[in-house]
Structures are given as structure tokens and as C-alpha cells.
Design a protein around this ligand. Structure first.
Ligand code: NAG
Length: 250
């Protein structure tokens, strides 16, 4: 591979720096919606197109590859009986989430900087390194190793709570909060090496999957919080660079 001369690297950095400080338009190919009676409907199609365009990321906006989506760390604290547990997932790769997601409905109130949407995701496969200890349905559980948590046919509600801000006299919106709630039809969990013992591990994994509904019910708030933070950060990469009236045509 030939090396770029140092000056062209500098030049490239300069362009990136400029791009990051000036107002931008939506990435190429993103459909736009006018704030009229049809707005919420228009947004459904527009965002579905946008999601697929963003799958492989966008350097200009600092958006990493979303398929798979890398998440450094998910920390799940479940503090209420019957499940008291601390679970950490590290170096997580989330597969299929973006490519199998479809937005179904928007409900927006842009005067209040509020965007609510429902989506359906066929498959969310989280692979990573786990550590956990605590109790599940009275049984002690502890271990560390490889984890696979897979959600099928998940309804997700997204609540984007924004706040306006101004840059060079132009109005922007950033998200203060991105709340997510998950409602999967089925969850499969696989935690290798529980109790550091093959037989006990197999038994516990079987137990977790037979009781997936109760188990996941206690864990899902933790997963949702972690995903909310990731989605907020990704969304703000666009919201903080593109003026409000450029995203949502008046
Ligand atoms: C993760 O679990 C799902 C559901 O059981 C399975 O379909 C998938 O193949 C597993 N992934 C890996 C890498 O083992």
C-alpha cells in the first residue's frame, strides 16, 4: 500500500474539521419531509430509507458501521426479587438489528421537540463477553465467558426527547433523552461457562431459556437503557450538525 504524503493527510484533517463546525445538510439520498398534515406518515418512509442508507456508516458525520453495531459495554443491574443480578456485556456486536428494522408509525410534536415512534425488528443478535453474578428466581448464578442474547420479532417504542439550541443564529435540536422499550416475541440466551462448570452451565442455560419471559422481563429495562444511550449518541451526530429546519422542512 502506498502512503499518502503528510501534507494531504493534514489537508484531509482540515476538511474534516471544517465539515464538523459548519452547518450541514442531511446525508445524500436522505428523503425529507415537510411539516404538514402528512408529516408523520412521510417520516415513516423517509426514516426507513435513511436507516438502510446508514447501515454501513457515514464517515462525514462520524457514524460508525451499524451492521453489526459495536457496543463497548452494556451494564444491566436488576435489583428486584426474583432477580437480583449484575450483568456486564463487553465488546458487544449487535447483528441484524439495523437491517431487519422497520419503522411502523411516528407520532411527533415538534413544537415540544418530541418524537415517538414504533418499530419492529425481526432479529437482534447480541454477541459478546459477559460477566455476571447474582440470583435468578432464587438460584445463584455466576460466570464469565461468551454470551449470545438473541431477540426475535421485537416491537420497540422509541421516545426521543429533544431540546433546541442555537449555533451561529441557527436553530438546532439535540436529544436530551432517547428512551427505548423492548417487547420481544422470543428471547434466546446462551451464557457459556456459567459456574465454570460444563454440566451446571448446560442446566442453567436450559433453565434460563425455559423461563425466558420472566428472566428477560427483569433484564430488559437494563438493555433498553443501554441501547437508549447508544441511539441517542448516534442520532445526535446528525441532529447536532444539521439545522432543525433543514431536517424538518417548514
Ligand atoms: C445465537 O443464538 C441464536 C438463537 O439461538 C442462534 O440462531 C445463533 O446462531 C447464535 N449465534 C451464534 C454466533 O452462535
Amino acid at each position: 500500500m502506498s502512503k499518502l504524503p503528510a501534507t494531504s493527510c493534514l489537508f484531509f484533517l482540515l476538511i474534516v474539521a471544517i465539515a464538523q463546525t459548519s452547518a450541514q445538510d442531511l446525508p445524500a439520498g436522505f428523503p425529507k419531509c415537510k411539516r404538514d398534515a402528512n408529516f408523520d406518515k412521510c417520516l415513516v418512509d423517509a426514516v426507513n430509507v435513511a436507516i438502510q442508507l446508514l447501515k454501513s456508516g457515514n464517515k462525514e458525520y462520524g457514524i460508525p458501521t451499524l451492521e453489526p453495531l459495536s457496543v463497548k459495554k452494556l451494564v444491566i443491574d436488576a435489583g428486584n426479587a426474583p432477580i437480583t443480578l449484575r450483568q456486564t456485556l463487553k465488546n458487544v456486536k449487535v447483528h441484524d438489528m439495523i437491517s431487519t428494522s422497520k419503522i411502523q408509525r411516528y407520532r411527533t410534536d415538534l413544537d415540544k421537540h418530541l418524537i415517538i415512534c414504533d418499530s419492529k425488528t425481526d432479529r437482534i443478535e447480541m454477541l459478546g463477553d459477559y460477566e455476571m453474578s447474582g440470583r435468578i428466581l432464587l438460584l445463584p448464578i455466576t460466570g464469565n465467558g461468551k454470551a449470545n442474547v438473541t431477540l426475535l420479532n421485537t416491537k420497540i417504542e422509541h421516545r426521543l426527547i429533544g431540546e433546541p439550541f442555537e449555533k451561529d443564529g441557527v436553530k438546532y435540536m439535540r436529544l436530551k433523552e432517547y428512551r427505548v422499550s423492548f417487547d420481544p416475541k422470543r428471547v434466546y440466551m446462551r451464557f457459556d461457562n456459567l459456574f465454570n462448570d460444563k454440566t451446571l452451565s448446560e442446566g442453567m442455560n436450559r433453565f434460563l431459556n425455559e423461563n425466558w419471559e420472566i428472566v428477560f422481563n427483569e433484564l430488559k429495562v437494563g438493555y433498553a437503557k443501554s441501547f437508549g444511550l447508544v441511539f441517542r449518541e448516534l442520532s445526535n451526530k446528525l441532529f447536532e450538525k444539521i439545522p432543525f429546519d433543514t431536517i424538518f422542512l417548514s
